[in-house]
Design a binder for this molecule. Structure first.
Ligand code: C2G
Length: 130
């Protein structure tokens, strides 16, 4: 079987997240998802996500297309996560195009087009303006 791995924050879960996970799952037989740690988001974006990592993992784990979930502690550990989970292909949305090509010595790397006009930031701004 072919194992697919993908990564993300998946904060304020939305249809763009579902679609990228469904398309990632369709590329193999088993989908493993690294959900970024709260601490990683603080260091990356300067603020924690709206939902905690336990809540974000619980949501992603509940999806029919997801087989396994783990905490992504570091952006630089991709190669270790790929090898550790026996992944054959790493999938990311194309906002990350080219950024993880350095992992292509241990697996195939695929960037999928993002779903247009939906984002966590947009949802937060929408709600803040109500
Ligand atoms: N995504 C998408 N369409 C959108 C929004 C997001 O396809 N409209 C995809 C992103 O391209 C990504 C996944 O959904 O593949 C998760 O997006 P984020 O939660 O924004 O993840 P991010 O904070 O970019 O974390 O190691 C990589 C990081 O953990 C990625």
């Amino acid at each position: 079987g072919r194992t697919v791995i993908t990564f993300g924050t998946f904060d304020v879960f939305h249809v763009g997240h579902v679609r990228v996970l469904e398309r990632a799952a369709a590329l193999g037989d088993r989908l493993v998802v690294g959900v970024s740690a709260d601490a990683l988001n603080v260091s990356k974006k300067g603020r924690p996500p709206v939902y905690t990592q336990d809540e974000r993992m619980e949501i992603v784990r509940a999806l029919r297309v997801v087989d396994e979930v783990f905490v992504e502690e570091s952006l630089e550990a991709k190669r270790d996560y790929v090898v550790g989970h026996g992944a054959d292909v790493l999938v990311m949305g194309d906002d990350w195009a080219g950024k993880f090509d350095w992992v292509s010595d241990v697996c195939e790397v695929v960037y999928l087009p993002r779903t247009p006009s939906v984002s966590t930031t947009g949802i937060i701004e929408h709600i803040a303006g109500l």
